[in-house]
Design a protein around this ligand. Structure first.
Ligand SMILES: NC(=O)c1ccc[n+]([C@@H]2O[C@H](COP(=O)([O-])OP(=O)(O)OC[C@H]3O[C@@H](n4cnc5c(N)ncnc54)[C@H](O)[C@@H]3O)[C@@H](O)[C@H]2O)c1
Length: 334
């Protein structure tokens, strides 16, 4: 049993903790949160002890899952690697590419598994689309469309720590695009809007919608579209167009009932509510892959470098937004 500590017992930390507690190859060994009450509440529910951050890197622990606030991730990754503990850390690694570069230097050459929480790579539909693409089912890839819209605006308190739409939210889509492409985007153009809550977004210098275009050196085109508020629900789709066909990884509903009345045809249940529901299976598969890497030494399936490259694309997108033009990623990246 892989004795696993969880740092951070907020919105996503408690979900990870419950998944680890239920995992057949792991034991949830301890929880830690700066907010002791948050840690105690989750620990009480799951029947596990709380401890300090130091305890999480001690002799009784085999692996660490980091689900604390973004600004703490790079420090915790460095501490985990220094202590020889495999670490699965939530995205993004940091909001500042220079801090990420310093973290990369600090852990360079390590054989300790460091996995970044790009859970969408593990969604069965997205994964099947990528596998079919690699198997040649749609021929040569021409275009990718990634649609990623949240169901509602987050509360006001969320935005400051999140660090901006493209570093916090689009970063998943940059990663998913790279995962599908199997190549690096070399050009990028971004536009972003303040459409749902213009006043709040202007006050916080943030955005609630974005469209991004990217192109690889081979000419594959990629379009990402984001909205923080899609009133019909959490919209998560990926479309791949090749010269021999199309692949679509679609939204998921809790069940497939369709109703037919005088007013509607084929009315279906709303989409799975948000990331915890829509990507529940993906979060569990992400853990499986992490534990596989620990047990077999297989490379992690969402690496530190993947986390770094996704952040570089986010920074390049912001620069394109400021300059209002298409940029070469290598020129735009900090
Ligand atoms: N993969 C995904 O889809 C996904 C979804 C949501 C959040 N996240 C990421 O997970 C992280 C946490 O997000 P959240 O929504 O759970 O936030 P949250 O605010 O609900 O929880 C964060 C927790 O970390 C604790 N914390 C902060 N600094 C700490 C420190 N130094 N030591 C110990 N605990 C500390 C806070 O007290 C809080 O309980 C963020 O980086 C976020 O980007 C990823």
């Amino acid at each position: 049993m892989i004795r696993t500590a969880v740092l951070g017992c907020g919105r996503i930390g408690r979900m990870h903790a419950a998944n680890i507690a239920a995992h057949p190859r792991a034991r949830l060994a301890m929880l830690h949160d700066l907010d002791a009450a948050a840690a105690k509440a989750v620990a009480g529910e799951l029947g596990v002890p709380t401890g300090s951050a130091e305890d999480a890197f001690g002799a009784d622990i085999d692996a660490v899952l980091v689900a604390t606030a973004t600004e703490t991730h790079a420090d915790f990754i460095e501490r985990a690697v220094a202590a020889g503990k495999p670490v699965l850390c939530e995205k993004p690694i940091d909001l500042n590419p220079r801090r990420v570069a310093r973290c990369a230097e600090a852990i360079a050459g390590t054989t300790v598994p460091v996995q970044i929480g790009f859970n969408r790579r593990f969604d069965p539909g997205h994964r099947a689309a990528r596998d079919a693409l690699r198997a040649g089912e749609i021929g040569a890839l021409q275009q990718i469309v990634v649609t990623s819209r949240d169901p509602a605006m987050p509360p006001r308190a969320y935005y400051a720590a999140a660090g901006g739409l493209m570093r916090d939210m689009t970063i998943h889509d940059f990663d998913l695009a790279r995962f599908m492409l199997g190549a690096e985007p070399v050009e990028i153009f971004a536009m972003a809007g303040r459409q749902t809550d213009p006043e709040l977004m202007a006050e916080l210098d943030d955005h609630d919608s974005a469209m991004i275009l990217m192109r690889t050196a081979d000419g594959v085109q990629c379009h990402i579209n984001n909205a923080r508020c899609a009133v019909y629900g959490y919209d998560q789709r990926v479309e791949l167009l090749g010269d021999a066909g199309m692949l679509v990884s679609d939204n998921r509903k809790p069940h497939e009932l369709r109703s037919y009345t005088a007013a509607r045809s084929e009315a279906a249940a709303p989409y799975e509510f948000f990331f915890g529901e829509r990507y529940g299976e993906a979060f569990r598969a992400q853990l499986d892959a992490f534990f596989d890497s620990i047990e077999t030494g297989a490379p992690v399936q969402a690496s530190f470098e993947d986390g770094q490259r996704a952040l570089i694309l986010a920074e390049a997108a912001y620069r394109s937004l400021r300059e209002g033009q298409m940029l070469r990623v290598e020129d735009a990246a900090p």
